[in-house]
Design a protein around this ligand. Structure first.
Ligand code: ATP
Ligand code: MG
Length: 377
């Protein structure tokens, strides 16, 4: 059995954005020390960590420092160079593994892996070179052309109706590897977060229902308003995928639910996920504590839902000229505000989120939407 890593140990994380910041807060609350590697001197997590190594993710000196000073390393984002993960992995405990991150960072590999594991994905064609544009696209149109690497929050995606539009869109993306995914008629989107510390120490969080705005997550509602059989099927699919990957750590699985209730896996994130921010206030254990636990070879904490909840993302859009009307939110006793300490508010930039806890999901959602509107006044 792997030795448990206990409080006072130094934990390393690649990336110091909001996910790194919430990881840092969870780890420090439990008495661990944290080293953040992030090239941004103002990163949201850097200032809260015990040590901030302000270097690039492939800087050999920085990586060696993690090896020398940390008991284990994790990541807050999938676009960390796979080479850096491999360097660390050959010298220390790293979770998730470089192999899992490499799959999650490339949509083509990811979709092939998921279907290879016997799980459904949206029909897709891979378009890696100009010649691939000659394939028959008729079964995949209208569709969405998605860049295979480095896309997020709907960036690197273009909706296309015809083969000519697909060709133009591919060139517009810089002729880089892409997938053409069939546009599906979605009934609802849901996600499941799995924590896996070993083959036998594994659990899931309650299923979240996700609503997007311009390709970016807007609201998550928990429990998801789907039949229990669908929720259970999603949990089983997420567990099956985590098992197939021999995944160690926290992994989020995003699902499409089609009109006939078919569940397809959209994509996975090898880390805590925006749709799991509700766990901070509404579950016995948060997804960030789970990340700490899994990297420290401790069993996942209990995930049961303490209260129905709605989570609202706060994007830079609502800052306009002024700060949002925080007093409106903070006057509401069942609303919990989380801000990421980012100085500059930009359109589409994730600045924070809030959770509203209520007696049922509909009421949480209704109050959350009203509070979001109130913030803009
Ligand atoms: P994020 O980082 O927020 O997860 P992303 O850039 O990785 O986003 P996707 O998850 O692929 O992008 O897509 C974002 C959203 O766009 C989806 O959650 C869904 O609402 C919509 N979408 C994506 N693909 C399809 C599809 N094939 N059919 C219908 N809607 C889709
Ligand atoms: Mg997504």
């Amino acid at each position: 059995m792997t030795q448990h890593i206990l409080p006072n140990a130094m934990l390393g994380i690649l990336g110091g954005g909001q996910l790194g910041r919430m990881f840092t807060m969870a780890a420090r609350a439990m008495g661990y020390r944290v080293t953040v590697l992030d090239p941004d001197p103002d990163s949201p997590a850097g200032g809260l960590a015990d040590v901030h190594i302000c270097s690039k993710y492939d800087d050999p000196g920085a990586l060696q420092m993690l090896v020398d000073t940390c008991a284990a390393v994790t990541t807050e984002f999938e676009n960390v160079p796979a080479e850096s993960m491999r360097f660390l992995q050959s010298r220390m405990r790293v979770s998730p593994s470089a192999e899992c991150v490499a799959i999650a960072q490339d949509r083509i590999k990811e979709k092939r892996y998921i279907s290879g594991a016997g799980l459904g994905v949206a029909p897709f064609l891979s378009i890696e070179k100009a010649g691939d544009l000659a394939q028959d696209m008729s079964n995949h149109l209208p569709g969405i052309l998605k860049i295979a690497r480095l896309g997020y929050d709907g960036k690197g995606q273009i909706r296309v109706k015809t083969a000519d539009e697909a060709k133009a869109a591919w060139e517009q993306m810089g002729s880089k590897a892409c997938v053409l995914e069939k546009m599906l008629d979605l009934k609802i989107e849901i996600s499941v977060i799995v924590t896996r510390s070993s083959a036998t120490e594994v659990n899931t969080f309650p299923v979240a229902e996700n609503q997007h705005e311009s390709g970016i997550l807007d609201i998550s509602i928990v429990p998801a308003r789907v039949p229990e059989a669908i929720a259970e099927q999603a949990r089983q699919m997420a567990l099956k995928l985590a098992q197939a990957l021999d995944y160690i750590g926290v992994v989020a699985v995003e699902f499409f639910v089609l009109q006939d209730n078919t569940l397809l896996i959209n994509e996975i994130a090898p880390r805590p996920h925006n749709s799991g921010h509700y766990t901070i206030d509404a579950c016995l254990t948060s997804q960030f504590e789970q990340q700490v636990r899994a990297m420290c070879a401790l069993p996942p904490g209990d995930t049961h839902l303490l209260s129905p909840v709605a989570m609202v993302n706060l994007l830079g859009d609502i800052w306009r000229d002024d700060e949002p009307a925080w007093d409106k939110l903070l006057s509401q006793p069942n609303a919990k505000l989380h801000l990421y300490g980012k100085r500059e508010a930009r359109i589409g930039r994730k600045m924070g989120h809030f959770n509203v806890l209520a007696d049922n999901a509909d009421s949480a959602l209704q109050q959350a939407v009203a509070l979001k509107d109130a913030l803009k006044q």
